[in-house]
Design a protein around this ligand. Structure first.
Ligand SMILES: [Zn+2]
Length: 317
């Protein structure tokens, strides 16, 4: 199954998989129901009473946004919370600590976190593999420096989006290498190939339901926000409200890139779960949350979010 045949092949950035394509993927990937899945929702409108089945996705089924009865269309508000990192796939816990970016660029580390998550899902599903070789966190910044002759660092204003695309290009061309030396890397076998992304796509932040379905289908999303001075306090189940204007560096507003790996609904509406790479100096909850997990409301990101497919996994043969 492939979605890139449906769009211009020479577009560097594809449109996100559509709802129809996510439906097809959900049919293609057979699985048992899990406790995070949405259930049937019976419309409380006395003139309707329609049973709304959940919207099926590869990993987590979600609720429709509105009653499927076209003469009713009552809004569906049900509490639901899921994170891809909470999934147990083939009895394997795929959760992992995020790599710490230190003074290196958040875009590269947000993408690294996303690639780490997806390769764990892929390995658990396809190979029942649970011993995950550490990735080399310097690999993407090094590729970037080799190609563009500048180091990734503080990214001013609208350069941010370009940087995100550039870093994804590095992950397409060079990929992410495995860490050599310590760990389980077999130094006698230098032929272990880097992990490469196949395609990169975008989704607009006002397409909230599609964002939610993409994550539930195994596509974590890269987002940028303006981080403010309370960013370090956000904890696992807390919603963070980014400031309207961020830290400045010189005269430029500094954005921050994060990975969205879950979603849910509470009294305040839809939120997205993120995992940050800021390290224990940026987040006092760093060690509790395997990075720094928290929540952000839909509508508080930079206008466009990015996703990717990994070679040999979902949409690729
Ligand atoms: Zn209804």
């Amino acid at each position: 199954m492939s979605f890139h045949v449906l769009v211009e092949m020479n577009l560097p950035l594809l449109e996100a998989p559509t709802h129809d394509q996510l439906d097809q993927l959900a049919c293609f990937y057979q699985r048992q129901n899990n406790e995070k899945d949405a259930e049937d929702w019976i419309c409380p409108n006395p003139q309707c009473r329609t049973a709304n089945p959940p919207v099926r996705n590869v990993f987590v089924n979600v609720y429709h946004t509105h009653c499927i009865n076209s003469t009713c269309r009552k809004q569906i508000i049900v509490s639901q919370d899921f994170k891809l990192t909470d999934l147990i796939l083939n009895d394997i816990d795929i959760d992992f600590p995020a790599y710490r970016q230190d003074d290196r660029c958040c875009t590269a580390f947000a993408l690294l976190t996303g690639i780490d998550l997806v390769r764990r899902m892929k390995a658990a599903v396809l190979y029942k593999a649970s011993d995950f070789q550490p990735l080399d966190p310097s690999s993407l910044p090094e590729s970037f420096r080799n190609h563009f002759f500048v180091a990734l660092g503080f990214e001013p204003g609208d350069l941010y989006r370009k940087r995100m695309c550039n870093v994804m290009e590095m992950a397409q061309s060079d990929g992410v290498k495995f860490l050599r030396g310590d760990g389980v890397f077999d130094s006698q076998n230098p032929d272990i190939m880097p992990i490469k992304i196949q395609d990169k796509f975008y989704v607009r932040q006002d397409d909230t339901f599609l964002m939610k379905r993409l994550i539930a289908s195994g596509f974590p999303l890269l987002a940028t926000i303006l981080s403010g001075n309370r960013w370090s306090n956000v904890g696992a189940c807390e919603v963070y409200n980014p400031p309207l204007s961020g830290y400045t560096y010189g005269h430029q507003v500094i954005g921050h890139a994060i990975l969205l790996h879950g979603s849910g609904t509470d009294d305040g509406g839809i939120y997205f779960a993120f995992r940050d790479t800021g390290g224990e100096n940026c987040h006092r909850r760093w060690f509790d949350d395997k990075g720094a997990d928290g929540r952000l409301r839909a509508g508080q990101f930079d206008g466009v979010l990015y996703g990717f497919t990994l070679e040999g996994w979902l949409f690729n043969q």
